[in-house]
Each structure stands twice: as C-alpha cells, then as structure tokens.
Design a protein around this ligand. Structure first.
Ligand code: AMP
Ligand code: FES
Ligand code: ZN
Ligand code: ZN
Length: 306
C-alpha cells in the first residue's frame, strides 16, 4: 500500500477519500481538514484567545493539540464533573498532558461551581442526567470562558457527533434545534462564540491521530451514558458508511447547505436574561435552566447521594 501523496509505504487507509497516507501525510491531512473547517466557517483568527473545552476524551485532546501545533492561542478548560473514577481519571490525564506539553489547561470542579457533583443527582433528575450534565457544562463553560476573556469556546465535536445529533433531531422533528446545527454559533454580549473545528474529521480518523501522536486520552465512555440514543445513531451511520462511501459527510454538509435554510426562521424566540444569574434564556419563567434546577434541589429534602 503506497501513500497517495509521496508513494512511500502507507500506514493509514481512508476509504471515504479513496486515499492512503504515510504517517507524515496523514498528520498533514488532519491539519488540512481542521484549517479548512476554520476558514470555510470563519471560526476564529490567529490573534484570538481560544478556550478549548477539554474532557480528556480523544477528540478534545486532539483538538487542543492540533490547534496548538498550528499556532493558535489556546487555553484548555476541564470541568471535573464528579463521576467517580471516570472523572478522576479524566482529570489526571488532562493534568499530565498539560504538564508534559506546557499547554495551559485550567481545571474546575462542578462541586465548587454548582454545589453538587453529577453522581449526587437523585431521582427524578437521575433519569435525565446526561441532558442535565450537558446543560451544566454549557452554562459553566460560558461563564468560565467569559471570565478568562475568551473570544471563542472550542469543543471537540467531530463529524460523527454532528451526524448523530442531526439524525436524532430529524427523527424526532426537533425543529427548534435544527437551525442550531452549525459548526459556529455566534456569541452575544459577554458570551463567546462556540466553534467545532474537528467537524470535517471522523471518530475513526481522530482515534488514529491521537494514537499516532501518542496523545493520552480516556478510553472509557462516561458510565452514565450507557443506553443513550446517540450511541445507536452512530452505529447506524457507521453501518451506512460501510455501504455508501462518504455518506456521513454528504448527510451533514448537504443538510447545512440545502436543508438548514428552511429551519432558520423557526427559532425566532425572544431573547431574555435569567432574573437570578443574568444568563441568556428562552424560558418563559424568566429563570434559566441551571438556576431553576438549583432552586428545585434546594427546595427538596432529597439531598443524599444517588
Ligand atoms: P460530549 O458531550 O461528552 O460528547 O462532549 C463534547 C465536547 O464537550 C467535548 O469534545 C469537549 O470539548 C466538551 N466537554 C465534554 N466534557 C467536558 C468536561 N468535563 N470539561 C470540559 N469540556 C468538556
Ligand atoms: Fe455528563 Fe456523562 S459526561 S453524564
Ligand atoms: Zn506520504
Ligand atoms: Zn440563571
């Protein structure tokens, strides 16, 4: 097997591009895809301050490493969510990577930010824990990034993530979310914009990249995410990809170009700000989701660990 670029021995085959690469040209391919995403979606510039949300998983670890290598100004932010060994291991890996590479990564604790760890959520909250966790992460990343003077919050979402979220929203006609499916969400006031520079790369390509570059990452999935629908969506999409070359990229980028415009007017809800914390919210009560959960938890006597 020969590298498509230099004709030396290839180590990696990418079916979806009908390409084979040696290590050097695979790394170049990864950088090129990231650069293309940044430029085509006008994500950020070299002089901007990027806050990279680092979970310790392969995608966000690759993301901060690649952007740093490409000369962008990055600061990592890791939130220890308090999910037993999973969170301890994630924090350890992130700290070690930061020490060894010199890339700054700040560690925060949900217990200190919110007053509770994820594992402490009891019924009825425990049933929708992943969704609550996602909202808490988004909320605190916004606050932390504003405090750090970030111009953009960068997450490690890749093409498989984007396709599975899109598939879920289409299957259940989640019209209010369909227009938001975009690799850049503009910020407002104090809130930085949110960007996904790995959007042109797949799970598999990023796995090969971190292994090749010997970037440490947490192999395990979050133990609370078992049975999440997104896992099934990814399986279906992976199956389709084995039968129809490049179907994931076709699905996502065709959606952005041809279908998303139809949904753009659907989300015109009035922008309001939470009366407790001042954070943007679309809730009718005038209190944002995180403040209302906080109120509910404080009002209940359900305080022991789940
Ligand atoms: P997930 O929703 O777990 O698939 O994560 C999507 C993205 O959110 C990751 O690629 C990270 O950029 C960010 N993220 C997830 N968990 C954390 C965390 N604990 N701390 C900081 N960023 C996170
Ligand atoms: Fe939040 Fe799993 S990472 S519930
Ligand atoms: Zn080559
Ligand atoms: Zn609030």
């Amino acid at each position: 097997m020969k590298c498509t670029v230099c004709k030396k021995e290839a180590t990696i085959r990418l079916h979806r591009h009908k390409a084979k690469f040696c290590n050097e040209h695979f790394i170049e391919y990864v950088y090129r895809q990231v650069e293309r995403a940044i430029k085509s979606f006008k994500m950020f510039r070299k002089d901007e301050n990027l806050i990279v949300a680092v979970s310790g998983g392969k995608d966000s670890m690759a993301c901060i490493e690649v952007l740093n290598e490409m000369g962008y100004r990055v600061t990592g932010v890791h939130i220890n969510l308090g999910i037993h060994e999973f969170s301890e291991k994630s924090e350890e890996i992130v700290r070690k990577f930061s020490r060894e590479t010199g890339i700054p990564i700040k560690v925060y604790y949900l217990k200190e930010l919110f007053g509770k760890e994820i594992i402490e959520f009891k019924r009825p909250y425990a049933e929708k824990i992943c969704s609550i966790c996602g909202k808490l992460k988004r909320y605190y990343l916004n606050i932390i990034a504003s405090e750090l003077g970030g111009d953009a919050i960068v997450t490690g979402h890749n093409l498989d993530d984007a396709c599975s979220i899109l598939l879920g929203n289409l299957l259940f006609a989640q019209v209010q979310y369909l227009s938001k499916q975009y690799p850049v969400v503009e910020g407002e006031g104090e809130l930085p914009r949110k960007v996904k520079p790995l959007i042109r790369l797949t799970d598999d390509e990023l796995k090969q990249y971190v292994e090749l570059r010997k970037i440490p990452f947490v192999q395990e999935k979050c133990p609370l995410s078992k049975g999440a629908n997104t896992i099934y969506y990814k399986e279906v999409l992976n199956y389709l990809e084995t039968k129809i070359r490049s179907v994931k990229a076709e699905f996502y980028f065709n959606y952005l170009k041809k279908l998303r415009p139809y949904f753009l007017n659907e989300e015109e809800t009035e922008v309001k700000y939470c009366r407790v914390c001042g954070y943007k919210t679309s809730s009718r009560s005038g209190i944002c989701y995180v403040c209302s959960i906080k109120n509910e938890l404080e009002g209940s006597d359900d305080k022991g660990p789940y």
